[in-house]
Ligand binder design. Structure first.
Ligand code: GTP
Ligand code: MG
Length: 354
């Protein structure tokens, strides 16, 4: 084919940014879907209280952190504010029976899983074309806190942060690299990759590090720690909005292009640990290195993403050698598509998510 001159980068980026906004907007959950989900939460909470009167049922994960897409599942966490609560195993069995009797949900209780949960689902019907999938866990207070942390990051710069994260969530699902059970990465892991990139790779940064901003008043260890983990972060969004203005003015398209470039070319997968809390760390310093004697450690730590609060926990522990190879291949493919700058940005988007 005859060579056409490549369109200028700034023009491509302006066009691509607009396409990204438009693309993401139509994937947001509708008000109706959100209302149905809130009704489900209330109903289940009411039922749980017939067994444990001092309980609360709270949303976490994407329904609560600002990164939810249409039809995403519901992650719920049951907190019981009393001393003499039932063991989780018994509770899971009893709730399974109760929900089966009192609701139309399909129920699956997993009382003996590493984290006992009850799974509920509802088949699709008009008005609810994708049904509902919901997991209820117990006392998972760290997940509530990391949800709140991600929500704060989403709120600091929604136009760029939410657009990037939501696009990448769709992209990784369409490219089939979002299945921890099959050796690739969870959505939570991808969100941490984006935040790390915006905070520690971009210069000037797009996001401040909320875990490193000193508190405005002295606070005690009791207030900052949960199950032995420091969960403190600066969460006063109003103060932050007044005081923190990123001097990074890159468009969402420029950021996306650089994100793919960074993770396909620059990140040191063999030795590096991604930490939003502390920046780039080494596997060696965390004892996560590929010591040939520790065959299992090596297999669990191909890709290392430190949890923001459970810092001994590698969020990407499920990513296998093949999984990482595939993920990196996808980062490279995306980089290549964007570097080619097709004349119409929506063609690039369509190719990315093919
Ligand atoms: P979608 O369900 O794909 O929309 O994404 P999501 O944002 O709900 O993410 P995901 O289902 O991966 O995780 C839901 C929540 O569970 C996260 O927001 C975390 O609070 C928690 N979570 C998931 N994976 C981990 C993990 O490996 N470690 C910890 N500590 N929390 C996790
Ligand atoms: Mg979820």
């Amino acid at each position: 084919p005859p060579q056409r001159p490549q369109i200028p980068k700034h023009q491509f980026c302006a066009d691509l940014s607009q396409c990204l906004f438009d693309f993401v907007v139509q994937l947001l959950p509708t008000a109706e879907e959100l209302a149905i989900k809130e009704d489900v939460r209330k109903l289940l909470e009411r039922l749980i209280r017939t067994i444990e009167p001092d309980s609360r049922l709270l949303s976490f994960g994407s329904t609560a952190n600002g990164f939810s897409l249409r039809n995403s599942d519901m992650d719920l966490c049951c907190l019981i504010d009393s001393e003499d609560r039932l063991p989780a195993t018994d509770l899971v069995n009893m709730l399974g029976d109760l929900f089966a009797r009192e609701t139309k949900f399909h129920i699956k209780s997993l009382p003996h899983a590493r984290i006992p949960i009850v799974k509920l689902s509802l088949d699709p019907k008009p008005g609810l074309p994708f049904g509902i999938a919901c997991d209820i866990g117990f006392e998972n207070r760290l997940a509530l806190e990391n949800t709140r942390l991600l929500m704060c990051y989403a709120m600091i710069d929604p136009a760029r942060v939410r657009t990037l994260v939501l696009f990448l969530k769709v992209w990784c699902k369409r490219r089939k690299i979002n299945s921890p059970y099959k050796g690739t990465l969870s959505s939570y892991g991808y969100v941490l990759l984006v935040i790390y990139f915006l905070m520690h790779v971009k210069n000037p940064p797009v996001l401040p590090n909320l875990q490193q901003i000193p508190p405005m008043r002295p606070i005690s260890q009791e207030e900052t720690h949960l199950n032995g983990h420091n969960v403190w972060f600066f969460d006063d969004i109003n103060v932050l909005r007044q005081r923190w203005q990123s001097s990074n003015t890159e468009s969402v398209a420029e950021l996306l292009i650089d994100f793919f470039k960074f993770y396909s070319r620059d990140f040191t997968y063999n030795t590096g640990v991604i930490s939003i809390r502390a920046g780039l760390l080494s596997k060696e310093s965390k004892g996560w290195d590929n010591d040939p004697d520790k065959g299992t450690a090596r297999e669990r730590n191909r890709l290392c993403i430190e949890d923001p609060f459970e810092i001994d926990f590698n969020v990407a522990r499920c990513v296998t050698r093949d999984g990482l190879y595939t993920i990196r291949g996808e980062f490279m493919r995306a980089s290549r598509i964007l570097a080619a700058r097709p004349e119409r940005a929506f063609i690039a988007l369509a190719q990315l998510c093919e």
